[in-house]
Design a protein around this ligand. Structure first.
Ligand code: SAM
Length: 242
């Protein structure tokens, strides 16, 4: 998967060189290139923003540098990329959406700042490539970079070969709509707190049933909104309370 990220703070994306995303790049699973939007500005102050038409607080990102940056980046890969614009007014990032991103060969991420990007950039971009506005959640960040880090990490870990053990993806939170069960490691007793005895029983059937029940209870307690949509609630489920 190729990811081109356009930002006025290229250093913000440095963490993508670390840990599993870094390894994925070295393995050739992920190809990340970061571009400085200011390189596409032509005045000596490298200006990328201006005051909003209609008045109001804050600044708006100018269309010209954005368009030149997008036109340049579009020449760097093969085929048609999808443009992802992080924004609090977009569709919310979910595991399903992360999977859709992971299915794409080439994504361009446009990191807004200030009050956002001139709306005409979205319109012009939509004439030449698919455009998706994606939100990290119902709150406002200072810029799109943190959202892009989250989107790329959520998508890249779904790429075949990214995880050392692909099994660990199977029962994760949000894969089938339920949250994950609680996890424990050694020692069996810590500060007087015991690991649930069933996990020490060696009975795989009982462990699986306990974990499923824990997933249901945890989801009901923390995210009841997820329960109705979950594909894990099949007839014959562990607890018919749900
Ligand atoms: N004025 C905008 C509004 O009210 O919708 C918010 C602009 S915000 C200060 C600046 C940039 O941060 C946005 O253009 C976007 O790139 C990013 N951003 C802010 N909140 C976000 C969120 N919840 N998800 C994704 N990106 C976000």
């Amino acid at each position: 998967m190729r990811c081109d990220i356009i930002s006025i703070f290229p250093e913000y994306l440095e963490p993508l060189k670390l840990s599993l995303p870094g390894q994925a790049q070295r393995k050739g699973l992920l190809d990340v290139a970061v571009h400085d939007l200011r390189d596409f500005s032509h005045d000596r102050h490298r200006t990328v923003d201006d005051t909003p038409y209609g008045g109001g607080a804050g600044m708006v990102m100018k269309p010209q540098p954005w368009w030149e940056a997008l036109e340049h980046v579009r020449t760097l890969g093969d085929g048609t990329p999808t443009l992802i614009v992080p924004g609090p007014g977009g569709e919310v990032l979910t595991q399903r959406l992360a999977r859709e991103l992971a299915d794409e060969d080439w994504l361009i991420f446009a990191c807004g700042r200030y009050e956002g990007i001139d709306e005409r950039v979205y319109e012009a971009a939509a004439d030449v490539m698919p455009v998706r506005v994606i939100s990290l959640g119902d709150y406002v960040l200072n810029g799109g970079e943190v959202a892009v880090l989250a989107m790329i990490e959520a998508a890249a870990r779904l790429l075949p070969g990214f995880m050392g053990n692909a099994e660990s993806l199977v029962e994760e939170s949000h894969e089938d709509g339920l949250l994950e069960y609680p996890v424990y490691t050694k020692p069996a007793t810590w500060q007087g707190r015991e690991v649930p005895p069933v996990l020490l029983s060696g009975d795989h059937g009982k462990v699986a049933a306990w974990r499923h029940q824990q997933r249901l209870e945890r989801t009901a307690a923390r995210r009841p909104d997820l329960l109705h949509a979950s594909s894990a609630l099949t007839p014959g489920g562990v607890d018919d309370r749900w």
